[in-house]
Design a binder for this molecule. Structure first.
Ligand SMILES: [Zn+2]
Length: 264
């Protein structure tokens, strides 16, 4: 499943291609045909990502909300390369120059402003979005410090923070030297603020490069996949910071990677 940085990259791409332009919308596969009629030919005002969800706002106050889930995929091609597109396309957005095809999403629906607001209110703050007044940061700190769940679970809870998945969860905790088993209400405010600020920093690298690079000395480089992270998928190997070994365990059915030597 994509983590938030890749949804943000999709939003950037869609804005680049279609923002402030009328787009045609149809459903080659048919499952989105009636919804497509509500937005086709309308101008896209903007495309936003919050965590793993994408919101495409149209001029007629309707929004197309997309959550890719595990199997969903976007594909972008210039209109003159249309013949290279294959497979079951749930939704096609296009104008005279470009095509964006969406396949296999878990959620794809057209909703009104009121429903958008309800969903936005529920979603946790997203570290990839601008936060000039630090309201998002405050929300995150408040939700963590008031919780009796472990921080390992809280970072994967989309009500607490949006867009973090298994890779960033493991890496952010390692970088902070915090055990995934510490409870939210056992952390200090300083620790929680630092977790947020590190998420902002790492995900910015992710949005820019498309890769989840988390090793400090490699943040500005283009490392191979196996070299990008400290603990993710490195179970049984020596820790890069201490003489211990990286371990794996299951936390709420998801694989959790961490170093008991570094993370207390
Ligand atoms: Zn270690």
């Amino acid at each position: 499943m994509p983590e938030g940085h890749s949804v943000q990259r999709t939003a950037d791409e869609l804005n680049k291609l279609f923002k402030n332009k009328p787009v045609q919308v149809d459903s080659p596969q048919g499952r989105f045909a009636s919804e497509a009629k509500l937005i086709t030919g309308k101008k896209i005002i903007r495309v936003r990502a919050i965590g793993k969800q994408l919101f495409i706002d149209f001029e007629n106050k309707l929004t197309c909300r997309v959550h890719l889930g595990i199997y969903g995929k976007w594909r972008f091609v210039p209109k003159n390369k249309e013949e290279t597109l294959t497979g079951a396309v749930r939704v096609r957005f296009y104008d005279s120059e470009n095509i964006a095809d969406l396949r296999g999403p878990t959620v794809c629906e057209v909703i009104d402003t009121k429903s958008v607001k309800l969903i936005e209110r529920r979603l946790g703050p997203d570290p990839t979005n601008p936060d000039p007044k630090k309201l998002q940061l405050a929300k995150f700190v408040d939700r963590v410090l008031s919780s009796k769940s472990s921080i390992g679970l809280l970072l994967m809870n989309q009500d607490v923070i949006s867009g973090i998945g298994n890779v960033y969860r493991a890496e952010i905790l390692f970088r902070a030297g915090i055990s995934p088993h510490v409870l939210g209400n056992q952390l200090t405010q300083g620790q929680v603020v630092a977790l947020w600020e590190d998420s902002v920093r790492l995900m910015k690298v992710g949005v820019k490069t498309g890769f989840m690079i988390t090793r400090e000395e490699l943040l500005t480089k283009k490392p191979k996949k196996a070299d990008r992270n400290y603990v993710y998928k490195r179970e049984g190997l020596g820790c890069l910071r201490c003489s211990g070994t990286v371990v794996i365990e299951l936390m709420a059915t998801r694989k959790l990677y961490w170093c008991p030597g570094c993370q207390r």
